[in-house]
Design a protein around this ligand. Structure first.
Ligand code: ADP
Length: 742
């Protein structure tokens, strides 16, 4: 019962709850009904509420926008602050610049000695660099300014676009004022910067003017101070000037001769006139020269070398060294020397001073036609040089190499003719025309058979054969190309080769020259037999005019105490520098350097059979075996030999005692001479050889085969038949591995 009562009570309580819920539901329904029947927008309160809500959102957005703009303005202000700081810096350096200018100008008034001059020039150069940097910097700042300007423009545009007039008027005003302020400051800064740059530009122009004045003045002074260290350069320039006027037909032949004579005598009046009119019109220099041209008597000779090489401008081997070395030596003895070379496209033009083309074309004959030649002049090693550039469709000297072309015979026959034509047309009365090797051997028969008949006959011809291995042969008819008479010359006693039907250029030069020389007395003997490569009989016939004169080296070019390629300069009395050069070369070539006294053997050569390539190879392996170091610098025109040595180079590439550098490299050659302890020249035959002489000059002991010029310049240390004081190296006779190892 009790249980039933409990259930009943619970039921009543639940019913009460249901009633309450029902009442609430009906209330809610009534409310819902009311709201769905009525229009909410009509309620003014709700409307006001919504507007407020919307305004609030807009206001919030605007506040956010202003916040960003304020950050941007702060950044811009910061940029302007930086700019102002930069401007202050620039101001300071401008003031310093001005004061240094004033000081430099004051210095100009009281010119100091030459060294001080150069110091000033160097300082000015530094200053110029600083100014250039500052201008660069200013340009960067200007760029930055442009950026800022863009940003300001954007800022203004955004402010307008914001259309915020109905809100926060004071805030907008404030912002606009700030922007205006920033804009004004920016404008001021910009125009300041512009004026600074103008000032700098102006000062740079002034710098350039002052600098060129200083350089001009200093050049003039250095020329005035010529005391004999390098007068030849000056005289060569004057000599080229005179020849140019003559070729351009601006002065008469007699005047040119007289002026040349004055050049030869180093007449100081000519020098002074040249110096004082320097930089003015050529015409003024010419007039002042002509006023001085008075007849004089000659004691020196006028010598013209016609050659295919000259060091350092166009060098393949020893011929090049001899042309410049001999030319300089003759010039020092008071002779008037000039050199005529082809204008190769591959020559080292940077080794020519004042290279310029003359305002004249020299015409020369070839293959039945006349061809124009451009004539270039310049000085090389202080010697006046003419470079002939043929205007021939075959582009004879634009082949990117000196020799080894299929038409070499044609190229050099052309050049020989054009060189003579140049001398002839310049109206010079040359005393000696000196031609060298087969490339210019054509000069001798051309001179006597063609030019002497034209009245150009003051000269005597000297022909030097630097190597009888190369003789320049061709079918007889090819001789006609340069205007030689084939029928007249294709004879056994003239130009026909002694062993085959071709014509031989070297033979022609032997027959037609007044004097024939070769480059060492021993070689002159050797070529009278087998060494003459077929020309021995011709040499015997002409033996009275044939002699061997030992070459020398140019001791200015090859001088360890002044050599600019060396790490350390040194001389025979102080060989400390040699060790430093050895260390430097080892480092450069990545050779082992643990033992400073480990001997280093050098070899610098064209790799051709004549040079004893099999002995060079043997020396490399033997040195490696004995624990020495070996450096070979050389290249070969013979592909098989080049390949063979490339193979050897590969074989030793991981060996840090052996290096083969298979190319031509003048600078490296100087370093090897200086670094080596021994120098090997195992030639099968050697007309003279210069490398053993250069090696000795650099304190490297030569090991050579006793042949040709090696026999005349290297005397064995153990040879008791020779006075001790002349012994200077080691020689061997047998051209085999045993001989070399002995
Ligand atoms: P040749 O005239 O037969 O080549 P020389 O001994 O008379 O031999 O003269 C050689 C000249 O060429 C030297 O001045 C030597 O230093 C230089 N020479 C040879 N080969 C090279 C090379 N690969 N790099 C630089 N110079 C070289």
């Amino acid at each position: 019962m009790e249980h039933a009562d409990k259930i009943l009570k619970e039921k009543e309580a639940l019913q009460r709850k249901i009633n309450i819920l029902e009442t609430r539901l009906s209330e809610t329904n009534a409310q819902h009904k009311l709201s769905s029947e009525g229009n909410v927008s009509d309620s003014p309160l709700l409307l006001e509420f919504d507007v407020l809500k919307e305004d609030n959102i807009l206001l919030k957005e605007d506040i956010e926008f202003f916040k960003t703009k304020l950050i941007e303005i702060a950044e811009t202000e910061e940029g302007i602050f930086k700019l102002e700081k930069e401007r202050a810096l620039l101001d300071a350096s401008l003031r310093e610049l001005e004061s240094r200018f004033i000081a430099a100008q004051a210095n100009m008034m009281k010119l100091g000695p030459r060294d001080a001059w150069w110091e000033k020039v160097e300082k000015l150069e530094d200053l110029l660099e600083t100014t250039a940097n500052q201008v660069e910097h200013a340009a960067v700042i200007l760029d930055h300014n442009h950026d800022l300007q863009d940003r300001l423009d954007n800022l203004e545009a955004s402010l307008q676009a914001a259309n915020i007039s109905k809100f926060s008027c004071s805030l907008v005003d404030l912002l606009q004022q700030k922007v205006k302020l920033v804009e004004d400051r920016f404008q001021a800064c910009n125009s300041e910067m512009h004026s600074q740059i103008e000032l700098y530009e102006h000062s740079i122009v002034e710098f350039h003017d002052t600098l060129s004045k200083l350089i001009e003045e200093s050049e003039k002074r250095s020329l005035e101070n010529f005391t004999g260290n390098m007068p030849s350069e000056l005289w060569s320039k004057i000599s080229l000037l005179i020849d140019g006027w003559l070729l351009e037909k601006k002065i008469a032949y007699n005047d040119a001769s007289m002026l040349r004579e004055m050049v030869r005598k180093r007449d100081s009046r000519l020098r002074e006139a040249y110096l004082s009119y320097r930089g003015t019109e050529n015409r003024d220099v010419m007039d002042s020269f002509l006023k001085m041209a008075l007849p004089g008597t000659s004691s020196g000779l006028h010598i013209a070398h016609i050659a295919a090489e000259m060091a350092p401008v166009a060098k393949v081997g020893g011929l090049a060294d001899v042309i410049s070395g001999l030319g300089k030596a003759l010039q020092k003895k008071g002779h008037l020397v000039e050199i005529i070379l082809p204008k190769y496209d591959c020559m080292q033009v940077d080794q020519v001073s004042n290279l310029k083309v003359l305002d004249v074309l020299v015409q020369s004959y070839f293959e039945g036609n006349m061809f124009n030649n451009k004539i270039w002049t310049g000085t090389v090693e202080g010697l006046p040089v003419y470079f002939i550039e043929p205007q021939h469709p075959a582009m004879f000297f634009s082949r990117a190499q000196y020799y080894g072309e299929h038409d070499d015979f044609k190229r050099f026959a052309y050049f020989s003719r054009a060189a003579l034509e140049l001398l002839y047309q310049s109206g010079k009365k040359v005393d000696i025309i000196h031609c060298h090797d087969w490339q210019t051997a054509f000069v001798a028969p051309l001179y006597w058979d063609v030019y002497a008949n034209l009245g150009f006959n003051s000269a005597r011809i000297c022909f030097t054969c630097h190597n009888f291995e190369y003789q320049g042969t061709a079918p007889a008819r090819d001789l006609a190309w340069c205007g030689l008479d084939v029928e007249h010359l294709d004879r056994p006693d003239r130009m026909r080769d002694n062993s085959h039907g071709r014509i031989n250029a070297v033979k022609g030069a032997i027959v037609y020259s007044n004097i024939v020389t070769t480059v060492s007395p021993t070689y002159a003997l050797e070529v009278r037999s087998e060494g003459g490569r077929g020309l021995q009989d011709t040499l015997k016939v002409h033996s009275r005019k044939f002699l061997g004169i030992l070459n020398g080296i140019d001791t200015d070019t090859w001088n360890p105490s002044t050599d600019r390629y060396l790490k350390v300069q040194y001389n025979a009395k102080d060989l400390q520098g040699k060790a430093a050069n050895k260390a430097a070369l080892r480092e450069q070539l990545n050779l082992a350097s643990a033992y400073p006294s480990q001997p280093l053997v050098g070899c610098i050569t064209r790799l051709v059979a004549q040079k004893g390539v099999h002995l060079i190879r043997h020396a490399i392996y033997k040195t490696a075996e004995l624990g020495g170091q070996f450096v070979l610098l050389g290249s070969s025109p013979v592909p098989e030999i080049q390949r063979e040595f490339e193979g050897i180079a590969d074989h030793f590439q991981n060996n840090n005692n052996i290096r083969l550098i298979l190319k031509y490299d003048d600078a490296l050659s100087h370093c090897i001479y200086a670094a080596s302890d021994m120098f090997i020249v195992p030639s099968i035959f050697e007309p003279c050889g210069l490398t053993q002489m250069i090696a000795m000059r650099y304190g490297s002991v030569p090991i050579v085969r006793k042949t040709g010029g090696l026999n005349d310049s290297v005397f064995d240390f153990d040879d008791e038949t020779i006075p001790m004081e002349v012994r200077n190296g080691f020689t061997f006779v047998k051209a085999d591995e045993q001989g070399l190892s002995s």
